[in-house]
Write a protein that binds this ligand. Structure first.
Ligand SMILES: [Zn+2]
Length: 195
């Protein structure tokens, strides 16, 4: 488990920003971990703002909602740059489903961290073919802290890092959760993946 050095950081003194990435497959608990960190920052009386890309409209429009129904209010945005306009003087910025932004999210989160903000990102690190999901590699490379969380393989019960798509669609982005995907370990992913 990721343990903050101090949730308050160096607030009111020397504000050092940082980027934290929470990555993993579907059903790995990324959003739950994001919500856990953001709630702890709120308890520490830090000003928290949460964003998500507008593409993700699976659940309630205004909330980051994870699969176990733990939720936290968030602002849907169309473009990465919108986040710069909306963060204001907050101390902590959370972004869920960050893999759905394009490469312009990379300078945006770095600019926020350079301003002294703590930036916490949650996103899918691989697509349904097991390939890196841009822009996650660049975000992970420029982050101070990267936490990879795992799901449980639905076939063998081992730790799972892959998201197996059950449908025949070849689109990179198919929204909709449990019906369309299952978590797989490497071996079971290779056995079940469509050619
Ligand atoms: Zn397995």
């Amino acid at each position: 488990m990721f343990v903050e050095r101090s949730p308050r950081g160096t607030k009111n003194t020397e504000r050092k920003g940082q980027i934290e990435v929470i990555c993993g497959s579907m059903f790995s608990g990324k959003t739950e971990e994001l919500i856990r960190r953001l709630n702890r920052a709120k308890i520490a009386k830090l000003k928290v703002e949460i964003f998500k890309p507008k593409i993700d409209t699976r659940y309630h429009e205004e909330e980051v909602v994870s699969h176990n129904e733990t939720s936290i209010r968030s602002t849907p945005v169309n473009f990465a740059e919108d986040i710069l306009l909306l963060t204001g003087d907050c101390d902590v910025v959370g972004i869920d489903e960050v893999q759905f932004f394009d490469d312009r999210i990379v300078p945006v989160v770095n600019q926020l961290a350079n301003q002294g903000k703590r930036v916490i990102l949650a996103g899918l690190d691989m697509d349904f073919e097991g390939q890196p999901f841009d822009p996650m590699p660049k975000l992970m490379a420029t982050a101070e802290y990267v936490t990879k969380v795992h799901a449980i393989c639905m076939k063998c019960g081992d730790l799972a890092a892959f998201s197996l798509r059950l449908s025949d669609s070849r689109q990179k982005v198919v929204l909709g959760e449990k019906e369309s995907y299952e978590a797989r370990c490497r071996r079971c992913f290779l056995e079940d993946k469509r050619p």
